[in-house]
Design a protein around this ligand. Structure first.
Ligand SMILES: C[S@@+](CC[C@H](N)C(=O)[O-])C[C@H]1O[C@@H](n2cnc3c(N)ncnc32)[C@H](O)[C@@H]1O
Length: 274
């Protein structure tokens, strides 16, 4: 594991406890147009809706073998196993999260259908060629030092006709260097991202990896309501050793305004292996 990846692991070793305060899905929520995220319960429901939509876009069926790349504490894997009767392999670079994921799978009684492997998604994945029917990946790509290798590895592991469905943090296309530095850089430094890509940069990498891009989608209004959850996280930071690293006090308002002003967004993408 390289120095950058060690920082990622340290971040999740420290902060997973705090993130779980916001639910078992370690990603942002997807809101209905006009919905206000006034409570934590709403965030939890919206995060689950995000999972459901990303999984649905992967067109999984019962019996499919699915890869969850950057699988957090196994919440999406458990959802795939229980709601969709899939078998799932989750990969993650953070061993402490894998431990939690394995415990959760055993508690849910799905340990025969779900497994978790320690791996760096910027490198070769521990899976055979064409060995999975579908891939889901939520908010992992943004952490990756080598997204080109990641998408090439996804293409290698997918069977022909299989879909990759992803969701991630994105910078708006066409930002100047100055805008990127002012609105995005601080976010990367705090959350341990090498950089934040654009939807079109992901589309290019997917195509270069030999996948057909079916669609990319800027979640725009359906994601912006997450600034209220960000505000709740920010208030927790003062009390939370795990989140005291990074420059939260400056970063949170910077992310909030980047989000509101459209420099920053969440997005989804779906690609197919020919
Ligand atoms: C924002 S969390 C999302 C977790 C999960 N996908 C979810 O939505 O609940 C990002 C995840 O990516 C994992 N991750 C970060 N860099 C990685 C890498 N290079 N290889 C594999 N996993 C990585 C982290 O350990 C963490 O579990």
């Amino acid at each position: 594991v390289g120095a950058f990846e060690s920082d990622v692991v340290r971040h999740y070793d420290d902060a997973t406890v705090e993130y779980r305060f916001f639910g078992e899905n370690l990603h942002w929520g997807l809101y209905a147009a006009g919905e206000a995220a006034t409570s934590k319960a709403q965030h939890v429901a919206a995060a689950q809706r995000m999972t459901a939509e990303v999984v649905s876009a992967a067109e999984v069926r019962a019996g499919y073998r699915v890869l969850d790349a950057g699988c957090g504490i196994g919440t999406t894997a458990l959802y795939l196993a229980r709601q969709h009767a899939c078998s799932v392999v989750g990969v993650n670079i953070t061993a402490s999260q894998i431990e939690i994921a394995r415990k959760k799978a055993a508690e849910a009684g799905v340990e025969d259908h779900v497994s978790f492997e320690l791996a760096d998604c910027s490198k070769a994945l521990p899976l055979d060629d064409a060995s999975v029917d579908a891939i889901v990946t939520m908010e992992c790509g943004v952490h990756l030092a080598d997204r080109a290798t990641f998408f090439r590895e996804c293409a290698r592991c997918l069977r022909p006709g299989g879909l990759l469905s992803g969701e991630d943090w994105f910078a708006r296309d066409g930002l100047s260097q100055d805008e990127y530095t002012r609105h995005i850089q601080l976010i990367c430094d705090t959350w341990v991202f090498p950089d934040i890509g654009t939807l079109s940069s992901y589309a290019r990498l997917l195509e270069d990896a030999g996948l057909e891009v079916r669609r990319t989608l800027d979640l725009a209004e359906r994601a912006r309501e997450n600034v209220r959850t960000l505000d709740r996280i920010r208030r927790l930071v003062a009390y939370s050793p795990g989140l005291r690293t990074g420059r939260w006090a400056e970063m949170a308002p910077a992310l909030e305004s980047a989000w509101r002003d459209g420099y920053f967004t969440l997005g989804t993408y779906v690609a197919r292996k020919p």
